[in-house]
Design a binder for this molecule. Sequence first.
Ligand code: FEO
Length: 178
Amino acid sequence: MISQDTAALIGAQINRELYSGYFYLGLSAQAEIANLKGAASWFMAKHSEEMAHAMKMYRYLLDQDAPLRLETIAAPPPESGSVLQMFEATLAHEREVTSAINDLVDHALSEKDHATGIFLHWFVTEQIEEEATVNDILGRLRLFGEKSEGLLMIDNELGQKAKQMAQSAAVDSAAGAG
Ligand code: FEO
């Protein structure tokens, strides 16, 4: 059993993860409208990842027999600008999520709630990987530019990455690690 405070904070994080899914769904639509099919697939794969993150926390609360209150999910920004701006917004967003996860870990430690601390380790590691991946994409966008051949090459790479993300999510899901 976890504390009411911890349950409420994890509930708030479920909302953040669902918002993240919504945020990436919005970016996927914007990329597709801009004819960036690879980027659209990448953002859609991120959408699926975020929904899986929310469901991990949802399952944790229920397994801990904790209260679960679902709140309203905010609308994502309707316009994010160029593909570079989309990935800059992505990095800023993921940094906020990292900070929220760190606050959750601090809270769990302050309550000596080891079960929640261990549960959150996966998210701490995931955030390192997410930020590194977006930083890498941003670096390539800045290096190769946002126009013509450079953009086409990066868009193709993002399409390939999206396929890998979908395969890895299928493996995790089959292993029950989703
Ligand atoms: Fe669930 Fe991208 O953090």
